[in-house]
Design a protein around this ligand. Structure first.
Ligand code: HDD
Length: 685
């Protein structure tokens, strides 16, 4: 790909034709104050090119961010698949990954409530393989023919193009309430999974059941899982909404900055394998994309790791032009009859043709396979290749090339899994796809108390934005099939009577579904704000910073103004950021060092007071040294928390004179590793 990168550093400005340009600031005019001349080819070329800069955005997943890296298996999977990139421990395959939201346009905010796309292009030696997944393991619909309806319903409404980046509107809930197969996915969407703290802290799923195939044609069903090394963590809803304004690029920036800083995001690839003979061993259909295989039933085997270690150099050329396609498979990986997957296999190629302007988009640098490409496809807009010789098969004039790889196959040759197919042409949904509620209930049953509370609040928020009383009622009625308490709590928030309870709602749970069980390890890249002002004692700040950065966290000093602060004790303290440019939603924890002078300044600064108040309300660790507690009080943290013995249980950490800054830093690190404190005196978050 390197040979396609432009490197203009040492060259003069030219036209598209390579002619050197003397001046690009002034057009060619007839006289100093005269009209602009048509003859000015540089001016015309420059403006024309600019006029054509935009391409259609993706019809869904328009907003995204991407990065390069590699995938590396821990072990050989050749017992199950002949996929070359999974055949050998440690064999590195380059990848490009694009994360995205679904509903909003390219310019929408990152932290909206939405599904996140997690699409990976593996540039394998045997061709490109795309795993085009999401951060939720199921989908809204079972058959791809419903996709245009679903997307029309969730996107901005057609008359006024509102709301941007939100599913909280009538048409979405109208559709979903009439399409109960969406209920399981709605549970995920209303959960905290829909507001990830970071792309680096969310799971990914291939969603469908795919098929591994060995060289001798043996198939095994497979589901793909990505598990983040940093654990699965989310924002809280109020925080997400504030962040959408404070930094609409919140997730994108986080990905970019972590890679720039050398903290490379990492996920473990896991597979759930089901032998072909067990196809009907479950009480759901493996081909139904609204169902998971509970991990307690089929464990997820860790098989390799994905590391992202390089940012793109040009967003448009790389992140915007990357073209994923579920049908980009390599030998050893094949499809199943999942009707959602079958439709996707049509849609992705089709959409690239309009989005990227013709059939040659696979020649764009980011889409080019590393494997050699030989075929008789010719011409088309934007053709980059000069093909000599024959353009048909069979031929003798071109020496019979490119030749068939041979009907017997062989290593590196794709052969479709020889599945027996027999049936009548009918438009029906299989009876095995009819249970729409059991796994929605499974999800609800598996949640911790605070996760359930967040789900109820999310339903209340979303349906509260719906103006149609019929839609609200129909939806709460559907929820009664998931859980009576859930339905009643949502109904109460909407001012509706509790729906009649439904008999026989399953009580099974799958602990693997709760984020509470997916916390990861350590505090790598967690961001701590230190609120300082003139008078702040630089000594303890330096000690805390050293300790926390030693454990991988990022510590930034925020002060009412930029520049060097005049510390109380020895030494000066540099502000990393001016308080008015930042907000607590951009950090994971806050620390207020002592000193009467600094704390008096901060307590009189609404931005500082709000910073602490919000951090507490959003469940983040809050720490103070000595006099720093006065800012906590100014931010109206309950007295029992600031002064009481149970403060550490609530993630409020106070160091008095006797405790060293190092001890405080350690306690803060432990609190950060817990991410959020969902039950705090004085509020729920
Ligand atoms: Fe899709 C984009 C994931 C169902 C049609 N989809 C797209 C992207 C992701 C997914 C991550 C963004 C890729 C990128 O970053 O460029 N889509 C999914 C998942 C699905 C799913 C996990 C269900 C399991 N999608 C789905 C269906 C259809 C589509 C059923 C059509 C029948 N998806 C598209 C598309 C997009 C797309 C219209 C828009 C831009 C693009 O493909 O390249 O073709």
């Amino acid at each position: 790909m390197a040979r396609f990168r432009a490197a203009p550093e040492h060259d003069a400005l030219t036209t598209d034709q390579g002619v050197r340009v003397d001046d690009t600031d002034n057009a060619l005019h007839a006289g100093e104050r005269g009209p602009t001349l048509l003859e000015d080819f540089h001016n015309r070329e420059k403006i024309t090119h600019f006029d054509h800069e935009r391409i259609p955005e993706r019809v869904v997943h328009a907003r995204g961010a991407g990065a390069y890296g590699y995938f590396e298996p821990y072990l050989s999977l050749s017992e199950f698949t002949c996929a070359d990139f999974l055949a050998e421990e440690g064999r590195r395959t380059p990848v490009f990954v694009r994360f995205s939201t679904v509903q909003g346009p390219r310019g929408s905010a990152d932290t909206v409530r939405d599904v996140r796309g997690f699409a990976t292009k593996f540039y394998t030696r045997e061709g490109n393989y795309d795993l085009v997944g999401n951060n939720m393991p199921v989908f809204f619909i079972q058959d791809a023919i419903k996709f245009p309806d679903f997307v029309h319903a969730v996107k901005m409404e057609p008359q006024n193009e509102m709301p941007t980046g939100a599913s909280a509107h009538d048409t979405f809930w109208d559709f979903c309430s009439l399409q109960p197969e969406s209920t399981h996915m709605l549970m995920w969407l209303m959960s905290d999974r829909a507001i990830p703290r970071s792309f680096r802290m969310m799971q990914g799923f291939g969603v469908h059941t795919f098929r591994f195939v060995t060289a001798d044609g043996r198939g095994t069903f497979v589901k793909f899982h990505w598990k983040p090394r940093l654990g699965v963590h989310s924002l809280v809803w109020d925080e997400a909404q504030i962040a959408a304004g404070r930094d609409p690029d919140f997730n994108r920036r986080d990905l970019w900055e972590s890679i720039e800083a050398g903290s490379y995001p990492e996920w473990e690839l896991g597979v759930q394998l089901v032998p072909e003979e067990d196809e009907f061993a479950f009480d759901f259909d493996l081909l139904d994309a609204t169902k998971i295989i509970p991990e307690e039933q089929v464990p997820v085997r860790p098989v390799g790791r994905l590391v992202l270690n390089r940012n793109p150099q040009n967003f448009f050329a790389e992140t915007e032009q990357v073209a994923f396609h579920t049908a980009n498979v390599v030998p050893g990986i094949d499809f199943t009859n999942d009707p959602l997957l079958q439709g996707r296999n049509f849609s992705y190629l089709d959409t690239q043709l309009i989005r990227l302007g013709g059939p040659n988009f696979s020649q764009l640098p980011v889409n080019r396979p590393l494997a050699d490409v030989h075929h008789n496809h010719r011409d088309g807009f934007g053709q980059q290749v000069i093909h000599p010789g024959t353009n048909y098969f069979p031929n003798s004039l071109g020496g019979g090339c490119p030749a068939h790889a041979g009907s017997g196959g062989g290593p590196g040759v794709f052969r479709h899994y020889a599945q027996r197919v027999d049936g009548e042409k009918i438009r029906v949904r299989s009876a095995s796809f009819q249970d729409h509620y059991s796994q929605a209930a499974l999800f609800w049953n598996s949640m911790s108390d605070w996760e359930r509370r967040h789900i109820v609040e999310a339903f209340r928020f979303e349906l509260g934005k719906v103006t149609s009383a019929t839609v609200r009622e129909r939806m709460t009625g559907n929820l009664a099939h998931v859980n009576a308490e859930l339905a009643a709590a949502v109904a109460e928030g909407l001012g509706l009577p509790a729906p009649a309870p439904v008999e026989g709602v399953p009580s099974a749970a799958s602990p693997a579904l709760s984020q509470g069980n997916l916390t990861g390890e350590g505090i790598d890249t967690r961001k701590v704000a230190v609120l300082a002002a003139d008078g702040t004692d630089a000594g303890p700040v330096a000690a805390v910073r050293d300790r926390l950065t030693g454990r991988g966290a990022i510590v930034e000093v925020l002060a009412p103004r930029d520049g060097t602060l005049h510390g109380a004790g020895e030494g000066l303290l540099d502000a990393d950021r001016a308080l008015p440019t930042m907000a607590s939603v951009l950090y994971d924890a806050v620390l207020v060092p002592g000193s009467a002078e600094a704390v008096a300044t901060l307590s009189a600064d609404p931005a500082a007071v709000r910073f602490v108040e919000e951090a507490y309300r959003h469940g983040k660790p809050v720490a103070a040294i000595g006099e720093g507690t006065r800012l906590l009080t100014a931010a109206r943290l309950p007295e029992e928390v600031v002064l009481g013995p149970s403060a550490p249980d609530h993630g409020v950490l106070i160091a008095d004179g006797s405790a060293s800054a190092e001890e405080l830093a350690d306690a803060l690190a432990d609190a950060l590793a817990r991410h959020r404190f969902p039950y705090r005196p004085g509020l729920l978050n």
